[in-house]
Design a binder for this molecule. Structure first.
Ligand code: G3I
Length: 300
């Protein structure tokens, strides 16, 4: 096929983009979005600070704009993210102990409940593991409420929206390493104990190289009985950008339970990074990386 979304669909997958409510009035942006992509993820609009700016007072206006943009285009919507150590509202940052735990679980219940039946997959917990060689949890206010905070969040999300796939999502998990192995061990334990988890998101914010075990890492998670998704793909511009994009695309296609790929923005000018990491340039023109992904989706 001739678009990312249609080509991915021929392989039984979606091809998505993170989008921002504030850009939906930009006609080039929405043209690329509706032409090329079959899934959307809110870049910021469903995070804790955006959806519960004051405790117990929920604000879904911008999240709903993303949802409706996606649904009206026939796209999947990935919810991002119910609980995260970053982008918490000030009131949550100042809580601890059982007050924070209760507030966090209520947040999961209310937000997942608001979007019940509409979300393809939720990033229930984002970035809870530490970087480096420990393979352990990241220290955070949420972690200090007790190691079981992640499973409590997944159970609350399942109760609030039984139809949504529930994902754990993280970065620096682009191969078999201490951090990805820590997450792997948690997922294996959750599956063994019946904690509801359906998918693992691999953000894939990449530089000038890619770990040779990228695909094998996806596969080992899939072998635990969860779906895997590439959730925030972007790649530093340089000699290897197009090749790295193709490598990631081929890895997803090679893993039966890799259900889709999301790039973290549409044009380079929309990116949170300043190294031109996306598939379209600032003018909305297709880059070599775009053609590389399209060809990889259409191969074979
Ligand atoms: O909306 C406010 C605006 O009102 C204010 O005037 C302005 C001044 O700083 O800030 C605006 O908020 C910014 C927001 O993006 C919306 O543009 C925040 O400062 C800024 O920190 C925030 O950055 C986001 C970042 O997450 C926050 O950690 C990026 O857009 C977003 O791309 C990025 O996404 C994360 C994923 O959620 C998780 N994985 C990593 C990824 C990249 O960091």
């Amino acid at each position: 096929a001739t678009t990312l979304g249609a080509s991915a669909a021929e392989k039984g997958r979606y091809f998505g983009a993170a989008i921002a409510a504030g850009r939906l009035g930009d006609s080039t942006y929405t043209r690329l979005l509706t032409t090329e992509f079959t899934s959307v993820t809110p870049e910021n609009e469903m995070k804790w600070d955006a959806t519960e700016p004051q405790q117990g007072r929920f604000s879904f206006t911008n999240g709903d704009r993303i949802l409706n943009q996606g649904l009206s285009n026939g796209s999947k919507v990935r919810g991002h993210a119910l609980l995260w150590h970053a982008q918490q509202p000030g009131w949550a940052q100042s809580l601890s102990g059982s007050a924070l735990r209760n507030a966090a679980i209520n947040h999961v219940t209310q937000v997942a409940g608001h979007y019940k039946g509409k979300i393809y997959a939720w990033d229930v917990v984002n970035e809870a593991f530490a970087d480096g060689g420990s393979g352990g949890r990241r220290d955070s206010n949420l972690q200090r409420t007790g190691n079981d905070w992640i499973e409590a969040a997944f159970r609350a999300a399942r109760a609030a929206d039984p139809a949504a796939k529930l994902c754990y999502n993280d970065y620096n998990t682009d191969g078999i390493n201490a951090k990805s192995t820590g997450i792997y061990t948690m997922v294996r334990d959750f599956k063994a104990r019946g904690v509801p988890i359906d998918c693992v998101g691999f953000q894939s914010h990449l530089g000038t190289g890619i770990d040779s075990s990228y695909q094998a890492n996806l596969q080992r998670f899939a072998d635990l009985g969860v779906d895997v998704q590439i959730t925030e793909l972007d790649v530093q511009q340089g000699g290897n950008q197009a090749n790295i994009y193709a490598t990631v695309t081929r890895a997803c296609l090679a893993v039966a339970r890799c259900t889709g790929i999301t790039v973290w923005g549409i044009r380079d000018s929309d990116s949170w990074r300043d190294d031109n990491p996306l598939l379209f340039d600032g003018g909305g023109n297709k880059k070599a990386a775009y053609t590389s992904v399209l060809n990889a989706l259409n191969a074979g």
